[in-house]
Design a protein around this ligand. Structure first.
Ligand SMILES: *Cc1c(COP(=O)(O)O)cnc(C)c1O
Length: 402
């Protein structure tokens, strides 16, 4: 399918290859292997002389359809799917980095990405340096020495901090580094890292792309030469492949990605405005609100504010837990990007293993709540939040009366 179509069209049509049965929908090829007509055909396949599927650890017709759809959507040369988002991040980094290399990363990373950078990479003699992602002077200082890779998330989890992609990409390229962007929070619809200077984009397809809480998955997108010569040998031989069943679920999820993300962004913007009016709330972080510290950058680099809202309650852990426990509609869950609205308390869950000083540095307090806004009627989401905020005060006055 042609690159000329717009994202909404790619989401529905991109990558579809019909079998000789002419099925309407993408077919699910649940097969681990493939057969050859002759020993000669097998030999020619292994010599790369003919195109023939070999084994689903390398490629499978269903996963190929999803890879082609995602590459068309992102405007990337090639995409490779992985079993999870973390397998995608891990493969992108470890296929490329070697002993003696340097990685520069923004401090505000997804918990497991943080572990890879701080705990796993040093075991292999790969040095890393963290910077505050929003501070260009720190990027400049860290990239004044040669580096092999830059890893960043924008907006970040959970504080929705932004990184100026074109500026950091320029500094990174001058230092000899490839820029890897974890674009989960923005989705390919709201931010286009490759057009802003990034080299490689990674996703957890578990989030908005499936978006209905069913399957884990990940994807790496990048230039043809890097994917073929660096990433492919690594994943063929280490085996983080996505199952064709999961790829099929994500293919069906993508048909509605734009509808879901657009509506979730509208809901999130309304929820952020509602929260900002409440006296129990100390501050609200939402990239497209004028009071976000990097609002100007957000509107320059993203086409909407995203589906997550992070806010800080005035109380501590007790008040925050009382608020979360009083929610009747919104679930307590560490997932995000789902049709169902979900809250999480980063300090005691996703960022529990980040050292307290580091958490403080990231701005995560006992009152910080990350809300992934879903597809329920926004009036119901807001009513649920309002009643749970009321319950904080009610709990406090009940205690005072005791
Ligand atoms: C969820 C997530 C990941 C990891 O993805 P999994 O599919 O859970 O392995 C990585 N980065 C970000 C920003 C995420 O939200």
């Amino acid at each position: 399918m042609s690159q000329k179509y717009r994202p909404a069209t790619q989401l529905v049509r991109g990558g579809l290859t019909r079998s000789n049965h002419a099925e309407t929908s993408e077919a699910m090829y649940l097969t681990s292997g493939f057969v050859y007509d002759s020993a000669e055909q097998a030999e020619a396949t292994f010599k790369n002389e003919i195109a023939h599927y070999q084994y689903s650890r390398f490629a499978n017709p269903t996963t190929t359809m999803l890879e082609e759809k995602l590459a068309l959507l992102e405007g990337a040369d090639l995409c490779r799917l992985m079993a999870t988002g973390m397998a995608a991040v891990h493969s992108a980094l470890l296929s490329h980095l070697k002993t003696g290399d340097r990685l520069v990363a923004s401090r505000a990373l997804f918990g497991s990405c943080h572990w890879i950078v701080t705990t796993l990479l040093p075991r292999y003699g790969i040095e890393s340096e963290f910077v505050d992602g929003g501070d260009l002077a720190q990027w400049k200082a860290a990239l004044s020495k040669p580096a092999a890779m830059v890893l960043l998330e924008t907006p970040s989890n959970p504080m929705l901090e932004l990184v100026d992609l074109p500026a950091v990409a320029k500094l990174a390229h001058e230092a000899g580094a490839l820029v890897v962007v974890d674009n989960v929070f923005a989705t390919p619809l709201l931010q286009r890292p490759l057009e802003l200077g990034a080299d490689i984009v990674v996703y957890s397809t578990t989030k908005h792309m499936d978006g209905q809480g069913r399957v884990l998955g990940g994807a790496v997108l990048g230039p043809k030469k890097w994917v073929e010569e660096t990433l492919m040998p690594f994943i063929r031989n280490t085996g983080p492949a996505m199952s064709p069943f999961n790829a099929w679920v994500v293919l069906k999820g993508l048909e509605t990605l734009k509808l879901r993300v657009d509506q979730m962004c509208r809901n999130a913007a309304a929820v952020a405005d509602f929260l900002s009016e409440r006296t129990e709330v100390k501050r609200v972080l939402y990239p497209f609100r004028a009071d976000h510290p990097q609002h100007a950058l957000a509107v320059k680099q993203m086409s909407a504010g995203g589906t997550l809202v992070t806010f800080e309650l005035k109380g501590g852990k007790a008040e925050t837990f009382r608020f979360m426990n009083a929610l009747k509609l919104v679930d307590i869950s560490n997932n995000l990007g789902d049709a169902k609205s979900m809250v999480t308390h980063p300090a005691t869950t996703t960022h529990m293993r980040v050292a307290p000083e580091e958490r403080a540095r990231l701005g995560i307090t006992e009152g910080t709540v990350r809300l992934s806004v879903g597809l329920e009627d926004v009036a119901d989401i807001i009513e649920d939040l309002a009643e749970a905020l009321d319950a904080i005060g009610a709990g406090a006055s009940a205690r005072a009366a005791e």
